[in-house]
Ligand binder design. Sequence first.
Ligand SMILES: [Zn+2]
Length: 233
Amino acid sequence: MSKYKIFVTLVVCGILLGLLVSGFLRYRSSISRGIRVQLWINHPEQYPEWSISAKERCGNAPFILPTTGYVGYLWDDSFKIGHRHQGIDIFGGTKPGMVPVYSASDGYLTRQSDWKSSVIIRVPKDPLLPSNQIWLYYTHMADPDGISFIAADFAPGTSEKFVIAGELLGYQGNYSGDPQNPVGVHLHFSIVKDDGKGKFMNELKIQNTLDPSPYLGLNLNSHNGSPESPGCH
Ligand SMILES: [Zn+2]
């Protein structure tokens, strides 16, 4: 083998090893958060200091906190190798249908006709980059069978209905799409990019979302050595 081939092989191996190690480290920190989510879900009364409070504004953040509970999973957490979480998961620590969810910002709410547990709110001017439009996505607001906990004002098919920051949108639920395997009761909240033509992009891809940290005034990025329980201090 020529020296050049050996060099290329070493570089490729180094890159692969680096990817493996960084993937493992990210996965490991997500696992440790998963353990804390279980502790919280089983005994929320034992960890009151882990909870954030709905409608609170952290410092001079542009958005208010959309619900109450433990921010168990962060933006870009990984639930399995290769997976990247596009939002944050706030676990209320109660049964489904009890913990209110509020609009984090003024905006225009849409609920597509087949959305059982989700709404999306268009914010015409990104407060951090006013030339851009962004979207705030809220989901898991239904029970395991898809019985919705979304407020009656926002029936399926609602389009562009104006809401103010702090307006009740619904309640945290555990809808997963599979009645036999509900998720833990929580709100999934994410900030979704606009496609530049007035439509929200596919929320399932992290590249189409924004780190919510500066919008909520909390450390919500899994890469930033985030504390185990992000809080508004
Ligand atoms: Zn989530």
